[in-house]
Design a protein around this ligand. Structure first.
Ligand SMILES: O=C(O)c1cc(=O)[nH]c(=O)n1[C@@H]1O[C@H](COP(=O)(O)O)[C@@H](O)[C@H]1O
Length: 307
């Protein structure tokens, strides 16, 4: 099954389009997770990596009923070198076993020959002494389009070969995303609008049975007006929508990100779920479960009237 159809099947199964961002910050991970590992492994890098795995496992168990998909931001792992990347790979493995769709948020790109190496490494297989093997077990990854089409094509080719997907940054959620992305071209279009059409062309012949393209695009929840325009321009494109919660976006602003079929987007929240505010006596897992359920319900009320 193609990546976009697998994602939609999971969304339908859980009646939820919430994506939980597993972006762990070591200093915010509760003592109850750290203590037993510190006692066993000491204050080592390997111990720290084990803390990330155990914390992620707790979150995954907590959110499993309500979230079809998880997203790992690679920086929170890569910063710890090989031990961190091992924790990422192990966390992906656990997510796979628990049935989540998995996005790697690596925002990679380069000139085409180097982009191919990234694509092989994350989405495809690498050559290990003559054997072709996967290193990561993912469903899709984020990529940066600002090197142009030849930088994107290797990701698309490798993703097509292995039934994976890509999410291309289109209109990002950060405060200064408009510095470049909102500039008006001589044609009267904004940069992100022109990019949207170029990406749509790249993704048209790559649709699943659902009719949605495996080339998704990232549109920040913090820019609902841009999303309303983009939604009309790109009816067959799924949006990955970050910016909910910690960055200030709320469910009521997300209405125009979705199509009338109630599909067309997954909404990510990282800090808002994994570090959800705890009620008295509550542990981090129940706080995360409460937060994800609330987010699911709020978003369902605005996408095609689902609850
Ligand atoms: O590609 C992304 O996921 C992404 C794009 C974007 O425009 N804005 C954005 O916040 N993100 C990612 O989405 C997550 C947002 O995290 P929270 O603000 O904690 O919910 C982080 O992993 C960001 O790197």
């Amino acid at each position: 099954m193609q990546a976009i159809d697998r994602l939609i099947a999971k969304i339908e199964e859980k009646n939820s389009c919430v994506c939980v961002g597993l972006d762990p910050r070591f200093e915010r991970i509760p003592e109850e997770v750290k203590k037993p590992i510190k006692e066993k492994m000491g204050e080592t890098l390997e111990g720290l990596a084990q803390v990330l795995i155990n914390f992620n496992y707790g979150i995954l168990e907590a959110v499993e009923p309500y979230a079809p998909v998880v997203k790992f931001q690679i920086s929170f792992y890569e910063q710890y070198g090989p031990a961190g990347l091992k924790a990422l790979i192990e966390s992906c493995k656990i997510s796979r076993e628990m049935g989540f769709e998995i996005i790697l948020d690596a925002k990679r790109n380069d000139i085409s020959s180097t982009a191919k190496a990234y694509a092989d490494g994350y989405l495809g297989k690498v050559n290990l002494w003559g054997r072709e093997e996967f290193i990561y077990d993912l469903d899709s990854m984020t990529v940066n389009p600002y090197l142009g089409k030849d930088g994107l094509e290797p990701f698309i080719e490798v993703a097509q070969k292995y039934d994976k997907g890509v999410w291309v940054l289109l209109k990002t959620s950060n405060p200064s995303s408009g510095d470049l992305q909102d500039l008006t071209l001589a044609s009267g279009e904004k940069v992100y609008e022109r990019l949207a059409l170029q990406l749509q062309e790249l993704g048209t012949n790559w649709c699943g049975e659902s009719g949605y393209s495996n080339l998704g695009m990232v549109v920040g929840a913090t820019y609902p007006e841009a999303a309303a325009r983009l939604r009309k321009m790109l009816p067959r494109t799924f949006f990955l929508i970050p910016g909910y919660g910690a960055q200030g976006a709320v469910a009521a602003e997300l209405e125009h990100f979705f199509n009338p079929d109630g599909l067309g987007g997954i909404v990510n929240s990282s800090r808002g779920i994994i570090f959800a505010r705890k009620k008295d006596g509550e542990d981090y897992k129940s706080a995360a479960r409460r937060a994800v359920l609330k987010m699911k319900q709020k978003i369902n009320t605005i996408r095609g009237g689902r609850t």
